[in-house]
Design a protein around this ligand. Structure first.
Ligand SMILES: CC(C)(COP(=O)(O)OP(=O)(O)OC[C@H]1O[C@@H](n2cnc3c(N)ncnc32)[C@H](O)[C@@H]1OP(=O)(O)O)[C@@H](O)C(=O)NCCC(=O)NCCS
Length: 183
């Protein structure tokens, strides 16, 4: 079993959310609902409630306990505000040692290199303490911000999957990329 991280970067603190963070998570979801809607699955009304945030936090902690994934929350250094999310999901061990990476940042924090700072730190942990060999990240062909971010982080294009994920209610093609630990 791996230990969930507590990572500090110049402008953030990254860790699993806990029950006491539920109101911060709710605020993040509500304030960024419009900003994130085009890039995420459809959200039901219940998603924007404190109950659902508490449930997500509990599920996330259980997923981490089982080493199946680490849905990390990114906070301001004083931990008062949630700024972004970074999810190392669908971990497969054995001969694969791989996961999928998901992420998003508050609209107010975009365009400052903050997501890059967070992912750089998260990937260091994933390839280090977490012991992964491969991290896969996939994006909508029109998501240019995501494409630029992944390129700068050294992800390489591996393919193109048709009708791969249901985003905003539509099965969308995705560009498949991955970063593999240096040999
Ligand atoms: C994808 C997403 C995370 C990218 O966020 P971002 O802020 O553009 O990403 P970065 O942290 O790499 O920042 C890059 C920008 O910061 C600018 N920047 C400012 N200071 C910087 C610094 N010190 N270092 C690096 N970049 C800096 C860059 O010039 C660039 O701006 P530009 O794109 O306007 O040229 C964000 O758009 C998002 O949350 N989108 C919605 C959810 C989503 O799409 N998730 C991914 C699904 S695949």
């Amino acid at each position: 079993m791996s230990v969930p991280p507590r990572l500090r970067t110049a402008r953030t603190l990254i860790r699993l959310a806990e029950e006491a963070d539920a109101a911060k998570l709710l605020r993040y979801r509500v304030e960024n609902a419009e900003h994130l809607a085009a890039w995420e699955p459809l959200r039901e009304c219940h998603f924007f409630t404190l109950d659902h945030c508490l449930q997500s936090i509990a599920e996330g902690r259980e997923t981490a306990r089982l080493d199946r994934g680490y849905p990390l929350a990114v906070f301001s250094p004083d931990e008062e505000t949630m700024l972004a999310t970074m999810n190392f999901a669908n971990i497969v061990r054995g001969a694969f040692q791989a996961c999928h990476l998901g992420y998003g940042i508050a609209a107010s924090e975009q365009g400052q290199g903050l997501m890059h700072e967070v992912l750089l730190s998260g990937l260091g942990w994933a390839f280090g303490d977490l012991g992964l060999h491969r991290v896969m990240a996939n994006y909508l062909p029109r998501n240019q911000r995501s494409e630029r971010l992944l390129q700068r982080l050294g992800f390489e294009r591996e393919g193109y999957a048709k009708r791969y994920l249901q985003i905003a209610g539509v099965w969308e093609d995705h560009v498949l990329t991955a970063k593999v630990v240096a040999a």
